[in-house]
Design a protein around this ligand. Structure first.
Ligand code: FES
Length: 107
């Protein structure tokens, strides 16, 4: 059993304009900040078994912005706060994978 029920990593890697696509420039950092506030508001941090944090590049940049939820190792992409809300409430609160935002394991 893993220490956290759900451990969420957001790629926040940033590259200069004209370089390879990066998650930061597609909302990764902003959505990490939003998710941290939201898990607190939802009471998900109360158990101490949920953690949301930043990560460096996953080397899947063209599929970003990306986050990954462990221990299930489910990868998601997202566009806005509504997508983050759905991931947090469906996956973290109800253990239901959000298929519409899921990124294939092997792509
Ligand atoms: S910049 Fe996010 S996966 Fe590479």
């Amino acid at each position: 059993m893993s220490y956290y029920n759900h451990h969420v990593f957001f790629c926040v890697n940033q590259r200069a304009e004209g370089e390879r696509q990066c998650c930061h420039n597609h909302g990764g950092s902003a959505m990490l900040d939003y998710a941290k506030q939201k898990v607190k508001a939802l009471g998900l941090l109360d158990s101490g078994r949920v953690r949301v944090q930043k990560a460096g590049c996953f080397d899947r940049c063209e599929q970003g912005p990306l986050l990954v939820v462990y221990p299930e190792a489910v990868w998601y992409t997202f566009v806005d706060e509504e997508d983050i809300d759905e991931i947090l409430t469906e996956h973290l609160q109800h253990d239901r994978i959000v298929e519409r935002l899921r990124v294939a394991d092997h792509a």
